[in-house]
Design a protein around this ligand. Sequence first.
Ligand code: ATP
Length: 307
Amino acid sequence: MKEVTVKAFAKINLMLDITARREDGYHDLCSVMQEIGLYDTVVIRTAPKGISLKVKFDDGVERGFSLVPNDTKNLAYRAAELLLGDAGVNGGVEITLHKRIPVAAGLAGGSTDAAAVLRGICLLYMLDYDMERLCALGAKLGADVPFCIMGGTALAEGIGEKLQVMPTPKNTFILLAKPPVAVGTKEVYQAYDRLLEENPPALADAESLKVLLRSGEANAISLVPHLYNALALVTEPQHPEIVELREAILEEGAKGALMSGSGPSVFGLYDDPAIAQQAAERLQQRFPEVFVTAVPFCRDHVAQEIA
Ligand code: ATP
């Protein structure tokens, strides 16, 4: 029996704009995705046949973990099924997910577990899949999966699956927190569609952000004028807790703060790790889930968990 342990890193969106609503109901996006040092741990073992899955989390911690399916609906299970079938592997896997990333939080928790399973099975069974082929397979599981396979920093277009690698910002410390509110991705997009019909927002200036990133000069300060999330236009009026958290992060010295993905997580950018750490210690008295991580980060680095 062989075993691999793969870290499944969360992502945030430094920018997220909706550029079009498609005939098929999906939305075209223009987004800058950033991998961060908060991760689930995925342990995969070879098995004679079939797929089994266990989901574990620290006792006493509740970040929506009860929402995580431990059956064939789990994206990690579906990733294993897809790759083992595609590669025609004569064997199975036992997967154990150690969840740490808050669930349904706009942090791509399920997608990154799926990506980690794809990478892990390639290692375990020595499958000859290059990045492009693995990403194409991952896109069948969800639009965020290809980015989670690649990691780093990328401009995402299409429904999120068309990726251009970008240089990673420097000297950026990220405080991430999730307010105690549930936000459904589908409902957020439906609300955005109503906004598009009634009062369509102007498109964000993605070009200037691309220029900044490509210059290699992006950091916690230069990124601030470019932080934008179109979906916050609908979630913030509906959930004052998101606004309250964003304002609290700004009051605690962040250079800028923004909701990630379809929310409700909010991140703040800091240029000083000590200030980010102090802010986290104060904020965790008001909000249950607060993390600090750095960009770029060492892939072996554990996001420090404050809550
Ligand atoms: P995204 O940012 O990609 O929209 P998210 O971070 O908002 O995703 P997830 O944490 O992926 O959301 O959870 C969304 C739903 O996916 C959960 O409510 C859960 O039912 C389902 N799910 C399936 N597999 C997983 C998994 N491995 N981890 C977490 N949730 C999963």
